[in-house]
Write a protein that binds this ligand. Structure first.
Ligand code: F0G
Length: 461
């Protein structure tokens, strides 16, 4: 291994055994799971790259903090500790925990709607965000930069908004019908790709011009801030913490799935800059949905672990290694010709299965087919981020076609070693070498909402 990658700034204190079951058993388990890896038991998975959400390892500081959880129903000391950390990072006034990101979404998104049929515009809505927008009777439109579609071509900020498209949408739907602009950092669905500060500033300017609220969907805001430091010269000497603070200064609301850059196994956050009326509304809504505003679905101990994790995720040694893990896997795959979203983003390598298997039509889900083959080949579990995940158009019922058919190899934080990642690369390269023989899938059962989680399939002949 060329030693051009950052060193992990930690050592291992506790281990969790993993085991590769035999090939015959993997064939059986995948069939039982209806060719949907979400339905596999984790004990039947060797290396689990389904998600980086809640799957990371906590530090001994976090485990220590866990013991200090104050489990009071109201006014918990742990809440105030968490509130102080989040205020410090964001500069926002009103902070509420939620049980995870989608908990925060279900509280805030409907509170931003003045009438039915309003529009949210995002660089790309994450799937649960899109679902909450649609459940609330609103419409989710995406305006990602065109560069995000050119997977093989380098661009430093493929997560950006297409600013012209953003403004066109506002003009054509009229500003009074726009409920908010959602800045997803990093932009998960196009490859965990970063959004530049320049782009965020421009979004704020447009929002100010039309009087629209800006919401940061910041599950991976720390990774985004580190990319800004690495790739935007103005920020090369600024700390990641200052970059994050500036990022938040351009928004009104921060929604967070803390299971990513919060370095915890469960948790979410709502932070509101200064809109007291909105805060009141969310405070009312959170009680029946998530819980009393000082716990929002979390135990006191969860809030303690999160308060510590949020600070740890801003450590630049940690972030350098984190991004290099992803880069390492991406480099190995590119060397073997596997088409990936390039450069790699913050939390995962996204394999372009549309390019890899052009013989499989989009509505036979090429990335899901490759994901299944990867499991069969070596017990590695990845996830489809393509037309299966995108679902059907709510009006017409037609299968929506994703811009890319991605398979995401998502890297849990502080969990796997470079050796594990080397194995993942070798396994996928074997699948790549027999890509022409991979077959598409058809539904056995199609779930009506967020269908990728629970649908089942049969491989085509
Ligand atoms: N926003 C983004 C950008 C996300 O990536 C996620 C979750 C959420 C919101 C919802 O948060 O899961 O805590 O309710 N992403 C996970 C993933 C599930 O695998 O990418 P949640």
């Amino acid at each position: 291994m060329k030693n051009t990658y950052a060193m992990p700034p930690y050592k291992i204190k506790m281990i969790e055994p993993i085991r590769l079951i035999g090939k015959e058993e993997r064939i059986l388990r995948l069939k039982e799971a209806g060719y949907n890896p979400f339905k596999l038991r984790s004990e039947d998975v060797f290396i689990d790259l389904l998600t980086d959400s809640g799957t990371g390892a906590m530090s001994h500081f976090q485990w220590g903090a866990l013991m200090q959880g104050d489990e009071s129903y109201a006014g918990s000391t742990s809440y105030y500790r968490l509130e102080s950390v989040v205020k410090n990072i964001t500069g926002y006034q009103y902070i509420m925990p939620a049980h995870q990101g989608r908990g925060a979404e279900q509280v805030v998104i409907p509170a931003l709607l003045k009438h039915p049929g309003m529009i949210f515009i995002s660089n790309t809505h994450f799937d649960t965000t899109r679902a909450h927008v649609e459940i609330a009777g609103a419409i989710a439109l995406d305006a990602p930069t065109k560069e995000s579609c050119e997977t093989l071509k380098f661009h430093p900020f493929k997560g950006n908004f297409d600013l012209i498209k953003l403004e066109d949408i506002i003009k054509s739907y009229k500003k009074e019908n726009i409920a908010g602009i959602i800045v997803t950092i990093t932009n998960n669905s196009v490859g965990g790709q970063p959004v530049s500060m320049e782009n965020i500033r421009a979004v704020r300017k447009i929002a100010n011009h039309y009087g629209i609220k800006v919401i940061i969907d910041g599950a991976r805001y720390a990774e985004n801030s580190y990319f800004i430091k690495l790739r935007e010269t103005e920020f090369s000497n600024k700390s990641v913490r200052d970059i994050a603070k500036e990022t938040f200064s351009y928004a009104d609301i921060f929604l967070m799935s803390a299971k990513k850059d919060g370095l915890v196994n469960i948790g979410g956050l709502i932070a509101i800059r200064d809109d007291f009326e909105l805060f009141r509304q969310c405070q009312t809504r959170i009680v029946p949905m998530e819980g009393f505003p000082t716990y929002g679905g979390l135990a006191g101990r969860d809030m303690e672990a999160l308060a510590v994790g949020l600070d740890e995720a801003l450590s630049e040694d940690y972030l350098a290694y984190r991004l290099d893990e992803v880069k390492f896997l991406g480099d190995r795959l590119r060397e073997a010709g596997v088409p990936i979203q390039y450069p790699t983003g913050g939390h995962a390598v996204f394999v372009d299965c549309g390019l890899m298997c052009p013989h499989i039509p989009y509505d036979e889900f090429p990335a899901q087919a490759v994901t299944n083959e990867l499991y069969l080949e070596g017990g590695v579990r990845a996830v489809e981020i393509g037309s299966l995940l995108l679902g059907r158009d709510p009006q017409s019922g037609i299968n929506r076609k994703a811009d890319q058919e991605f398979m995401r190899l998502t890297i849990p934080r502080r969990t796997y070693t470079f050796q594990h990642l080397e194995y993942v690369a070798e396994t996928l390269i074997k699948v790549y070498q027999r890509r022409d023989k991979i077959k598409g899938l058809k539904f056995d059962y199609e779930s009506p909402i967020l269908r990728h989680f629970t649908s089942t399939f049969t491989p085509k002949n």
